[in-house]
Structures are given as C-alpha cells and as structure tokens.
Design a protein around this ligand. Structure first.
Ligand SMILES: *Cc1c(COP(=O)(O)O)cnc(C)c1O
Length: 374
C-alpha cells in the first residue's frame, strides 16, 4: 500500500506533470514573471469557470480577504461578523484594519455560521458579514443575503475551502460558491482544492465599482502607474503560479469528484459507528470536501487520533482552539452568545486524510482501523 498522507501533492502533480512543466518552462523562457500573460489568462479562465464578472488575483487568501475589506470604505471600530470556528485569517484581517471582529457560533452539523446568531450579533456599528464555507460546503447564503439586505450590510465570502462547490438558490438558479455575496475570496495555497506551487489568491465580484477598487488597492492604490489614489498593498499572483493554475483549473471538477468519491467511501463504512458523526450535507450546497471531518463523541477524539497516528494514518484537528479563546483576539473582539457549538467542535472534530489521490486500498485500511478501534 502507498503511504497514506493527509494530502498527496506529488501524486496529483505526476498526472499533469508534462503540461505543468511546459507551462512553467514557458514562463521562464518569456521572463514575464510579474503580471505575465498567464495571469491575465487565468483571470479570464477563473471568471468563466465561476460565471462571475471580475476576478482579481493576489498573493494569497489572507490578502484577498484584507483587500476585500479595504474596498468597503469602513471606519475604525466598525464591526464585521465572522464565525468563531474558522481559520485565523478570516478574523485576523478584520483586526488588522482596526475593525472589530464579532464572533458568533456555528451550526453543529454543517460547521458553518449560525444564521440566528448573525441576527443577534448585529449592532449599529455592524457593516459586513464574512461567512466561511468551511471544509468545502457553503454557508446558508440565501439567508445570509436576506439578513444583509435587511440591515444594509456587505457580504464577503471566505471561499478558501470551497472553490468548485455549487449553491442552489430557492428559485432554482445554481451559483458557484463565492459568487453570491458582494465579494468572494479564495486561496491557492498548495493543499487547497485548487492549489498552486506556492502562495496565491483571488478575489471575485459581479460589482463593477468594487472590482475597480479591488484592482487599485491590490496594486499600490494606483490606477495609473505612479499615480496613487489610495493607500493600497502590493499583492500579486506570480506568473509561474498562474501557469500552474491554468492547468489545474481544468482538473478542478475532476478533483472535486475524486474527493467526493473518497468521502462517500468513508461515510458508507463509518456511518453506523455510534460515537462517530459523519459529515452532514448542507441543504443547498454541494460538498467539495476540502476536509472530511468527523465529530468524535464520548470524549475519545484524542485517543482515536493517537490510535490512527500510531497506525501510520495521519488525522488532524481543524481547529483545536476557537477564535474567542485565542490570546490575540481576547481584547479586540466581541463575542455573541455562548458559542457552545464552537467549543464542542473544538473538542470533538477529527479530519481524516482527504485528497484527490486516495485509492480504495488506503481508504479501506483507514476505515478498518477505525472499526478496529471500536
Ligand atoms: C487557507 C485559508 C485562508 C487563508 O489563505 P492563505 O492563502 O493561506 O492566506 C483563509 N480562510 C480560510 C478559511 C482558509 O482555509
């Protein structure tokens, strides 16, 4: 059996090696390392894939979120609502811009932001909501857009973990995750569902005015070289990374299917174990399984993790500590309600190996070990 890894980037690369190598080699030959042709091509390709008007590429997913927030003309102390159960980047950029992260609980089944808690979190200072499509499925976007409209708030989707997922609207329309709110943000960190060979990120929107602002902010606040309208940042996607992404974007749907297939295998084998909760699909979203995350009840999560690790099966905890408990956020955030679900999840979640190259032998071995542990 092949060694089991949390992600298998090498195996994935080998399948597209020729095309990727040629693509990278071309960039080197042309020496257009910054904003080269491949970057412009990728912006178009991603816009087409997502069916969105504008794609602005940038250096990483964290920058994408920061630039998105910078485009909204918010004032110091304005509040931005985020789930307490997410990767730190979502809330970090809010704090960095002297805005206040308002931390709310998540749904115990989908792990995504709890809609009722959003309503409870709104104050006169609230300006935006940043839902996170955690582990690969969309938050309840239609409800979130309804609340945002009612209270005149912006919605920035943190789509770093769910690129490729589809969201079904009540009226039957299907939208790609990240294209429903005012702005969507994603990351091309190597282990993400669409990963490059280093850091990369993108911002997408259907709003022409915001697109213009985002573009300017990402490029030193200039709309014309050496003429600076605003204070911006220097955040670019390297041409070499765009060259890799142009090849990998064509595979994204296949990658999503491979992940789904592995997830189905896990779920079929693990669904009847009494102390385990397999992932529950959200109502209006497909799941692209950035992570396959179990809830391990009865306080035996850490024991199961150790047992798997001892049997050469990597298994990780995303995330062991909620944002409200993090030292960095103690004095600068506002917590809404009791965050019970968030706390429970931090103590009970366990993510199994999930990537595009898992084969049945590996999956069977992992499931057998979990069944043995019972
Ligand atoms: C990965 C990730 C980010 C940050 O992306 P980087 O490219 O690492 O900066 C932000 N939010 C979520 C939910 C992520 O998973």
């Amino acid at each position: 059996m092949k060694k089991i890894q949390m992600v298998d980037l090498k195996g994935q690369y080998l399948k597209i090696k020729n095309e990727v190598d040629n693509s990278i080699q071309n960039v080197i030959e042309n020496t257009a390392f910054i904003n080269g042709n491949e970057v412009q091509k990728f912006r178009k390709n991603l816009a087409t894939y997502l069916n969105v008007k504008h794609v602005i590429t940038c250096a990483n997913g964290t920058d994408a979120l920061q630039i998105a927030l910078m485009s909204l003309n918010l004032e110091i102390g304005d509040e931005v609502i985020v789930p307490a159960f997410t990767y730190v980047a979502t809330a970090e950029v809010i704090a960095l811009l002297n805005l206040k992260p308002v931390l709310v609980d998540v749904d115990s089944e989908t792990f995504n932001i709890d809609i009722e808690e959003i309503e409870n979190a709104i104050s006169p200072k609230t300006k935006a909501i940043v839902p996170v499509h955690l582990f690969g499925q969309c938050a309840n976007m239609e409800a979130i857009m309804g609340i945002a409209k009612k209270h005149n708030l912006y919605v920035i989707e943190d789509n770093a973990q769910a690129i490729g997922a589809n969201y079904l609207m009540e009226n039957g329309e299907v939208h790609k995750s990240g294209t429903i709110g005012d702005i969507g943000c994603t990351s091309f960190f190597p282990s993400k569902n669409l990963g490059c060979f280093g850091d990369g990120g993108a911002i997408f929107t259907n709003n022409d005015e915001l697109a213009n602002k985002l573009q300017i902010i990402a490029n030193h606040g200039q709309n014309k070289k050496y003429y600076h309208q605003k204070i911006g940042v220097n955040s670019r996607l390297d041409t070499i990374q765009a060259a890799v992404l142009n090849v990998k974007l064509k595979e994204l749907d296949n990658y999503c299917n491979a992940r789904r297939k592995a997830a189905d295998f896990y779920t079929e084998k693990l669904i009847n174990i009494p102390y385990l909760q397999v992932p529950i699909n959200a109502e209006n979203s497909t799941h692209v399984f950035h992570q396959y995350t179990l809830i391990v009840n009865d306080g035996i999560r850490d024991k199961l993790k150790k047992y798997l690790n001892d049997n050469n099966i990597p298994a990780n905890i995303y995330y062991p500590m909620s944002l409200n408990k993090q030292e960095a956020f103690k004095d600068i955030s506002r917590v809404v309600g009791d965050l019970d679900n968030t706390e429970n999840l931090c103590d009970s979640v366990l993510s199994l190996p999930m990537h595009t190259e898992l084969d049945d032998e590996q999956l069977k071995y992992i499931c057998d070990k979990i069944l043995e542990f019972v």
